[in-house]
Design a protein around this ligand. Sequence first.
Ligand code: HEM
Length: 978
Amino acid sequence: QVTWPNAIDELEDVMFLNSGYRSRGFGAHVTPCSFSEFGAGRQTAAEWLRIGFHDMATTNVFFAPHGGVDGSIQFELNDGENIGLGFNTTLHTYSNFFNSELSIADLIALGVYASVRTCSGPIIPMRGGRIDATIAGPMGVPQPQNVQGTLISQFERMGFNKTEMIQMTACGHTLGGVHAGDFPDIVAPGTVTNDFQLFDSTLTFDNDIATRYINGPDTDPLAVGISIAATRNSDTVTFTADGNVTLQALTNAATFNSVCQNILQRMIETVDPSIVTLSPIIAPYEVKPEGLQLTLLSGGATISFTGDIRVRTTARSVSSVSITYLDRNGAAGGTITTTVSGTASGFDDTFTFYGINANLPSTTSISSFTVFVTDTSGTVETFNNNGAGFPISDSVIVQTPQSCLSDGNITVIAAVRATLTTPASFNITEKVPSTAGKPTVSPVPSLVSTSTTMVQGAAIGPYNIYSGSLSYNYSTGLKYGVGSGAFADTFKDATLLGTACSTVGTTIPSSTSSVVLSTSSVTTSTTGVITSTSSSATATPTLTHKATVGPYTFLGCYTEATNMRALSSESFYNYTGMTIEQCEGDCAGYSYFGVEYGGECYCGNVINTGSVLTALSDCSFICPGNPYEYCGAGVRLEMYELTSLLSTSSALQSTSSSSVVSSFSVVSSTSTAKSSSSSVVLSTSTTQSSSSSVVLSTSTSQTSVTSTSSSSSAPSQTLGIKQTVAGYTFQGCYTEATSERALSAASFYDYPAMTLEECAADCVGYTYWGVEYGGECYCGNVINSGSVPAALTDCSFICPGNPYEYCGAGNRLDLYKIGTSTASSSSSTTSTSTSSLASRGISSTSSTLSTVVSSSTSQTSTTSTSTTSSAAPTQTGPAIKPTIGNYSYYGCQTEGTNIRALTGAVYFNYPAMTLEQCAGDCDGYKYWGVEYGGECYCGNSWNTGSVNASETDCWFTCPGNPLEYCGAGNRLSAYYLT
Ligand code: HEM
């Protein structure tokens, strides 16, 4: 186990955190093995393996510089030896992960590991430390027309003998195949599906390439077919170099795996030894600190200490994690307990993150810590980072709450221990697109660093405050850091900074009292919108609606808009790791952002018509990336607005705030976020006309957050089943019918504001009405065949127009019948319905209410069979439709990364979407998919990050046809043109 921090830390994260909390998402580009985000006829895993070979293949072990895996291929794409789209797109993908801590060359090597592993091949041992070339290397990638002697000498030049040449080529050609468009004399265009001929008929990493070559039937286009006459059958030419002896050995699957593991490791470890020293083989840390940050809090007496301890849980069942720390003088500091922040996984490992959130006295502070992991049997493991503990320096600390990114300028505030005499400096590293400045234009950006000396400001506690500003041109991937002498706080993600710059003054306003250290400004506890008090050393976070994040303030829980998203400028998805902070970062610069359904983040400069403030309790989903934050709910957004836009009209706003702006900072959001006692006063009157002001108060215990609209009295209602509505009586939660709606006489839609009362009024005169999917109201005099009672808990959607009522769910109706007759009790339903009712807010005294329709009611003959508990009709369920017109089923696809999967055109029909409708709307496009029941997307290619998901993920039935599936949240039921 290496000592932390280590040069491989960034690479280790990208290698092992494929999905979940703090996930880096590298593996998603090659998951599953068959996946290509660039459409049919390509396999990204194969492209990643091939680029590993091509980057290495120009190595010359006899003459310096040797080359090796050095990323030089970025300058060699036009030299005629690297044919195919895959090189360019792969380098674009790698560029997103490229930074000062992770070279393109290491990413090329990591891509070989990821592609082989995702395709069920062996774990290729991975080391880090490759250095990127800055110019093209020599030519020399083996070409299919080369004669055997040339191929052998080319591999010898790379450092591999004849046997190894054969092994490496067979291990490469188990993935992917040949593109007719690029190599028409190897595969004739128009003769194979998508003009793409696989080498060995499978996409996986297996030894079919050898068994089919030896035993047949061989379909390898570099061994059979037209390549023979064109003398481009290079696999035959290669494999016969030793009379097929090596290929024969590879027909044993275990041999194939171990040979390939070894030869591909050697391939990616081919580097220039005079400039590169590779790290030890990278294994996941058992315990690794992630995102540690110290922040000087208001007044200077306290430092907040935040971050996560990542614990490998692959073979460990953890019950708790704590740390003990030494203070800055090396004396025992104390113990800090942690709480789970999230989990993540890689190809072979799982991890749980344990969050640290503590405040420490700034005088004694912290210098290192030891981690204690207690497993479920009570055994405690101690991790002291190979002896000396995990170091953490408080000498130079970036103050992220006061730093900002805005209008092409980054302003950074840092607290530097007063004992340090070297002036602090601040630097940024931009990813500048490659242009004429480089020797050859490359798909990979250049890293350009700029630095400046910082200006010293106030002395606060044991620290001096420094500030500095730099302009930048490219915000994507922008990193910054601060240093003073031997001390630094570096590799910070600038995109996580807020956009509201505070004027640099002389002090951080005290939030604990009106006392400030500086004599030049006076501030009171009502300076901004927030006052916060510091908390104890081991503050325990509690689940809450986060009051502020960066420059944004919580507005409340909002509904979606009418027939469109409430915030419609941009959207981002992260169902496994979304936090309020992540969405705030994604939406930086917008006036509003909102998080919905746990993992959906929306940005906009206006809240669209129909989106209204609703009960805070509606926003009940906990953020997948932070168990202490709420992230909206179905059709509900946790809505935030730029604090600067909120300030004008609140009666509760401080009148002294303007005087504070000229001081060091408006608000210290970190201290608020971490504090156990905070209070929030905000007004939404600038955006809401109907409910002009909202007072949110977060009590000291933080367990209850109440919302009170000033235009109405405090609600006393609770969410539950309404037994009677306007002369109708509740019958139960019903499914739709088999081939038509359960109630088919009339229908009404009001997605933004449906209530039970509204549906009752719409259906007046009908025997039955029912509300489905929140906003859909159906009326009828009969319940159509196939509609059967379901579990009461199925009807879980809260009515958009009344947070105390239930309004069905997808394919579920809260059903009401005229008159006072409730469905009669039935023996078979008693126990389950009682608990269901209790969980939906009905007391157990009313548990005689049954989900089974009484036979004494005026049922028609069509439904009489369902009136006893034993004879409920079987509903024919929805199914995946293999074809729709001239489109065939493609699979259940996720959305893209920071972009919709399909961006050609979009159509909405929440009330009545069907697959047929979307196929018609997208006519002419190569692909279309239906998401979230009513959203239809078209496109000719799949955008980055959209991957194939489990079929069961696409579980929403189509609103216009309950027998079809129409995607789900972040899932498209997708079809392609056949
Ligand atoms: C004798 C040496 C080699 C020759 C002449 C050769 C030639 C080729 C050719 C012509 C293609 C078709 C490319 C396309 O149409 O996109 C191809 C594909 C491929 N090669 Fe090689 N290759 C050689 C060795 C290797 C080695 C050593 C590896 C890796 C270890 C490798 C990995 C791949 C992969 C994964 C593909 C599939 C790419 C895709 O599906 O997009 N090749 N090779």
